[in-house]
Write a protein that binds this ligand. Structure first.
Ligand code: NAI
Length: 287
């Protein structure tokens, strides 16, 4: 079925580059009126020369307008999420789609991590997503419609060396998205989490140039656009997406072991292999 965003308003945070830019371009090409948000800072979250006259959000808005689309720039940090949503309401009268995409990195081993490294990552990823969702929520509830993307990461799903701060934020976002999905369901507000993989300025420091070039953000974009469309009924799910591959992710629980209620630590040790054994069993899953 054709997917169209005609008469819909979308906000994409961190849309001045990388993945967010591609979401904004595709949504606009399919008819959405788009708020292109980007504060124009460095990958570590510092404001830099990008935030001058040629802000990244402006460039993406120009691209959209040049292709005949409708878009407006917003330069607020997601720390001020209400201002970003206000831009959508003031400019276009509503908000149907919110893609929480803005993000930064402060990778460092835990021993060397400062409190600021930890707090800033939580502030931008987790609190930034909260701020934008909180401001969009009443509008979506009132109109009985909304589509929200929460951006997690493989680091949030599986952990990663040197990313205790980032993994914490990205894994918190899974809980955030899944719980918000329960609350949104009866108002036709669907929330899904993604763990993308793409060659962007964020990954160019850890990937070879070949890989960065091969893993184009555009190979993630169609999945995200489908997830925020009217056509999609998915809610509360988590997807890994990259290189044209997409897979749904779920937790798996071992069948476990029931101890008699007077059990001791020694009993636990004796049966530990049964507790952790996933094999040879009828599988039960927690989605
Ligand atoms: P990117 O660095 O290319 O783009 C992120 C954009 O967000 C930048 O344009 C930046 O200016 C903007 N931004 C940063 N902080 C902001 C703030 N406080 N307010 C508004 N805008 C802000 O990064 P990329 O790779 O496109 O990442 C997008 C999202 O996907 C991020 O949340 C990232 O953590 C996540 N992600 C990306 C992966 C990848 O392989 N590229 C892997 C896993 C997750």
């Amino acid at each position: 079925m054709t997917i169209s965003f005609q008469n819909q308003v979308a906000v994409v945070t961190g849309a001045g580059g990388g993945l967010g830019r591609t979401y904004a371009l595709m949504l606009a090409s399919k008819g959405a009126q788009v708020v292109v948000n980007d504060f124009g800072g460095s990958v570590k979250g510092d404001l830099n020369s990008n935030s001058g006259a040629t802000r990244p959000a402006d460039k993406v808005v120009s691209e959209i307008i040049a292709s005949g689309g409708i878009a407006i720039a917003n330069y607020d940090s997601v720390e001020n999420g209400s201002k970003i949503i206000e831009t959508a309401i003031k400019s276009f009268g509503k908000i149907d789609i919110l893609i929480n995409n803005a993000g930064i990195l402060r990778d460092v081993s835990f021993g060397k991590m400062t409190e600021k490294d930890f707090d800033l990552i939580m502030e931008i990823h987790l609190k930034g997503t909260y701020n934008c969702c909180k401001a969009a929520w009443p509008h979506m509830q009132k109109q009985n419609y909304g589509r929200i993307i929460v951006t997690s990461s493989a680091a949030g799903l599986f952990g990663n060396f040197g990313q205790v701060n980032y993994s914490s934020a990205k894994s918190s976002l899974l809980g955030f998205g899944k719980s918000l999905a329960f609350e949104g369901a009866r108002k036709n507000i669907f929330v899904n989490c993604i763990a993308p993989l793409a060659g962007t300025r964020m990954t160019e420091t850890i990937m070879s140039k070949d890989l960065v070039d091969a893993l184009r953000p555009q190979y993630v974009t169609p999945v995200v656009c489908y997830l925020v469309s009217k056509n999609c009924k998915e809610n509360g799910s988590v997807f890994e997406i990259g290189a044209g591959w997409v897979a749904k992710v779920r937790h798996e629980r071992s069948p476990g072991y029931f101890f008699p209620l007077n059990f001791s630590p020694e009993n636990v040790e004796t049966h530990w292999n049964e507790v952790i054994n996933f094999s040879n069993t009828k599988k039960k899953h927690l989605s």
